[in-house]
Design a protein around this ligand. Structure first.
Ligand code: ZN
Length: 258
C-alpha cells in the first residue's frame, strides 16, 4: 500500500514529466468533475503532502489520493495503457505525453486558494520542506491515551506514515504498539527515526526498514506475525488495532517490544 515515500516519488515523477507544460487535453472521469476542463492551462508543479498528491494547474489544484490500488503512469501519445480504460480517473494530455491516474481513491478539483480544504487537516509532512517535529509531537500528545501505533497512523498528527512504517517504527524503538503515546519515553527520537526511514525510502522502489533489499528481508515485523523475531528469535505476536472499519494489522515481538 502506498505510504508517504511512494507518494513523494510519484509526485517527483509527475513533476519531472509535466511541470511547465501546457495541457492540450484534460479529463476527469468522475461524475462530479466530468465537465471540468483545464485545457490550455499550464501545469505549474506537482507536489505531495503526506499521502496526497497535488497537481497545481492554472489557478486550480487537482487533488488525488492513491488509497489502495491507485497509480499514475506516463505514456507517449498513442502508446497502449496496458490497463483497462475504465480504471482511468484522470487523463492529462500535453503535446508530448499523456499522464493517467488509474483507480485513484480521491479525484477532485479545487480552486488553488481552497487547497487547505482538502489537505489543511494534515499534520506536518515528514518529507515536506516544512517538517516540524515539535508540532507533530504536540499533536500526538493532544490525545495522550491513543496507542502509539494508531497515533502514528493518524495523518492529522503527522503525514506520511502508513501501516508498514508504523509497525517498523514501533519495533526499532522497542515500543509495544498498544502502549499509550504519552508513555513513549523519547518521542523526539521516534520522530527522528520516522523522518530517517521515509527519507531513506523515498528514492527506491523496494521499501525496506532493515536496510536489506532482498525479498522477504525488508521488514522487522510488518507482515511477519507468527514468524521468529529477526533479533531474538521469539515468535512475533499480532492483532488488529485502530478504529472500526480502519483496523490495521500490527505485529510485534513480545521480547524486544515492551
Ligand atoms: Zn525480538
Amino acid at each position: 500500500m502506498p505510504e508517504g515515500d511512494t507518494v513523494y516519488r510519484v509526485a517527483q515523477q509527475q513533476h519531472a514529466a509535466l511541470a511547465g507544460k501546457v495541457l492540450t487535453g484534460f479529463e476527469l472521469r468522475v461524475p462530479r468533475f466530468a465537465t471540468s476542463d483545464l485545457t490550455g492551462q499550464t501545469i505549474h508543479e506537482v507536489v505531495s503532502r503526506g499521502k496526497h498528491l497535488l497537481h497545481r494547474i492554472g489557478d486550480y489544484t487537482l487533488h488525488t489520493h492513491l488509497k489502495m490500488e491507485g497509480m499514475w503512469r506516463v505514456f507517449t501519445p498513442g502508446e497502449p495503457w496496458r490497463r483497462p480504460e475504465f480504471h482511468a480517473r484522470a487523463v492529462l494530455t500535453t503535446a508530448d505525453l499523456v499522464s493517467v491516474g488509474f483507480e485513484l481513491g480521491i479525484t477532485e478539483l479545487v480552486p488553488r486558494h481552497e487547497e487547505a480544504t482538502v489537505v489543511g487537516h494534515l499534520g506536518p509532512d515528514l518529507l515536506g520542506p516544512d517538517w516540524d517535529a515539535k508540532e507533530a509531537i504536540r499533536r500526538l500528545l493532544a490525545s495522550p491515551d491513543t496507542s502509539v501505533f494508531v497515533a502514528l497512523l493518524d495523518q492529522r498528527n503527522l503525514a506520511g506514515i502508513g501501516n508498514e512504517f508504523a509497525n517498523e517504527l514501533c519495533f526499532v524503538r522497542g515500543l509495544l504498539p498498544t502502549q499509550a503515546v504519552s508513555e513513549v519515553k523519547d518521542l523526539p527520537a521516534l520522530m527522528k527515526l520516522a523522518e530517517r526511514m521515509l527519507h531513506a525510502n523515498k528514492a527506491r522502489t523496494t521499501r525496506s526498514s532493515t536496510g536489506d533489499l532482498r525479498p522477504g528481508r525488508t521488514s522487522w515485523v510488518h507482515g511477519r506475525r507468527g514468524l521468529p523475531c529477526r533479533r531474538c528469535g521469539t515468535r512475533l505476536l499480532g492483532t488488529e488495532l485502530g478504529p472500526e472499519l480502519q483496523k490495521r494489522q500490527v505485529a510485534w515481538c513480545p521480547h524486544c517490544q515492551r
